[in-house]
Design a protein around this ligand. Structure first.
Ligand code: GRG
Length: 291
């Protein structure tokens, strides 16, 4: 066991892959710029406004780098899939910001879609981004079937449905009294964590990962989903939210928990001994929110 640990790839020092992530982000954004289209000029304007306004492209980047880690191949041909995932993610943000949901006037530092336009336009842009995002992924798989089969597509669809993100959002709006941290974890496991984890697993299955690798990457995905959320709560410390880790622990304790989860996430990567420097580094960037 000791020997196996020593042979495992070690986390890079100093974030050497940031340029690579920036390049992938730009490729995703170029694809979206060219492929977000509508027969309605207004719909196209709102979709582009919401989608091309400064997102980190974390889910797309996780997908591409998990594929590369398992297959040891370049992922550039899979940009349409990464872009489709980002369209779906943007849809969830547009709907989450609506007055009937989280009621947020700002997103990515700008007026949220329903504020910049109106609720009807925002709803339609969300609908179209969901359908068009799924179509981008579907078309990419149709023209070049993934080694691991269509399960890679299924994992994304399941992650956003009633057993995933939408289910988590429903738990969120229906939970009135939070009395312990487990309830918070449960909501975020689905609301925020499901699509993050699915982006990783989609990359793994597309690259034909074996069961052992998939299990470890699932665990890695769950840990970085938690880290993502705790960092979010720390950054949003002034927000009077019911559902925040900081109701149950101090900021210092939350920082300690992030470090603990980071070690656990990286240990799952070491377990499978793949060349996954990018995945080590993404975990660090999520922990520091330095994307
Ligand atoms: C997708 C079918 C479907 C339904 C959506 C509205 C809804 C149902 C779910 C809400 C989910 C939601 C908004 C979760 C919050 C996730 C979160 C913390 C988003 C912020 O992610 P970042 O920081 O965003 O990666 P950027 O702006 O960088 O893309």
């Amino acid at each position: 066991m000791q020997d196996k640990q020593n042979l495992a790839p070690q986390p890079p020092k100093g974030g050497v892959l940031k340029d690579k992530f920036l390049k992938q982000k730009n490729l995703i954004e170029n694809f979206l710029q060219k492929n977000i289209k509508s027969i309605s000029p207004k719909l196209e304007e709102v979709m582009k406004y919401a989608c091309l306004n400064g997102g980190k492209r974390l889910r797309g980047i996780l997908f591409l780098n998990t594929f590369e880690a398992i297959s040891q191949k370049d992922s550039e041909t899979l940009i349409p899939i990464a872009s489709g995932i980002e369209c779906i993610h943007t849809m969830s943000l547009i709907h989450d910001d609506l007055p009937c949901m989280d009621n947020d006037d700002f997103r990515r530092g700008k007026a949220s879609a329903h504020k910049a336009f109106n609720e009807a336009e925002a709803l339609l842009a969300g609908d179209a981004l969901l359908a068009d995002g799924l179509a981008m992924i579907f078309k990419a798989f149709l023209t070049s079937p993934p080694l691991g089969g269509w399960g890679a597509f299924e994992i994304i669809i399941e992650a956003i449905g009633s057993l995933g993100m939408t289910g988590g959002q429903s738990l969120d709006i229906n939970t009135k009294n939070i009395s312990n941290i487990k309830q918070i974890e449960e909501i975020h496991k689905y609301k925020t964590g499901a699509l993050l984890k699915a982006s990783i697993l989609c990359g793994a299955i597309t690259a034909n990962a074996n069961d052992f690798q998939i299990k470890a990457l699932k665990n890695y995905g769950e840990k970085i989903g938690l880290i993502f959320q705790i960092r979010d709560d720390i950054l949003d410390i002034d927000k009077q939210e019911e559902i925040t880790y900081l109701r149950f622990m101090t900021k210092e304790k939350a920082e300690e928990l992030i470090l603990e989860l980071l070690i656990q996430a990286k240990n799952y990567l070491k377990e499978i001994n793949i060349n996954s420097q990018a995945l080590f580094e993404i975990a660090d960037l999520i922990a520091k929110r330095d994307f």
